[in-house]
Design a protein. Structure first.
Length: 150
């Protein structure tokens, strides 16, 4: 059971501010791909719509139904996703997972704001929710790429 001190540390003012200000909450009318991901343990869900232009995210929409940590991750990702390539998003996903699982380095720019979630490394039951947005975005890119090549 978390103590009050642990909860205060985990749900910092910065995390709560990010959760309250998630960009790109409008779904796209005609996305190249849409992916919905769910974290089985907590039930958090994220639905991501993307448009790709020349291998970069050119439009992005998201519907986030997650805890404050998942919302904060969606906020950081949404703030910096436009213009990013699959490689940048994959590097952020891999670094975020390493940061949470083994106290690895902060994800690279432009996703270095995910550092705010480092205190969640001790709460493994929150990791899946935090990872949802990046994982859904990568899956959407893969889906859009396959569709474009078909």
């Amino acid at each position: 059971m978390m103590s009050d001190t642990d909860l205060i540390k985990l749900y910092s003012a910065r995390i709560l501010a990010l959760a309250a200000d998630i960009p790109h909450l409008e779904r796209l009318d005609a996305p190249d791909a849409t992916v919905k991901r769910r974290a089985p343990l907590c039930g958090s869900t994220v639905t991501v719509d993307i448009k790709l232009t020349d291998g970069r995210i050119s439009a992005y929409g998201q519907d986030v139904k997650a805890c404050a940590l998942g919302q904060a991750a969606a906020s950081v990702v949404g703030s910096h996703i436009i213009g990013c390539t699959r490689d940048q998003i994959e590097a952020a996903r891999d670094a975020l997972l390493a940061m949470l699982k083994s106290d690895g380095p902060t994800p690279p720019a432009p996703f270095d704001g995910l550092e705010v979630l480092r205190p969640a490394r001790d709460y493994k039951n929150r990791h899946a929710s935090i990872m949802l947005t990046l994982e859904a975005t990568l899956e959407a890119i893969d889906s859009a790429t396959k569709t474009a090549c078909a």
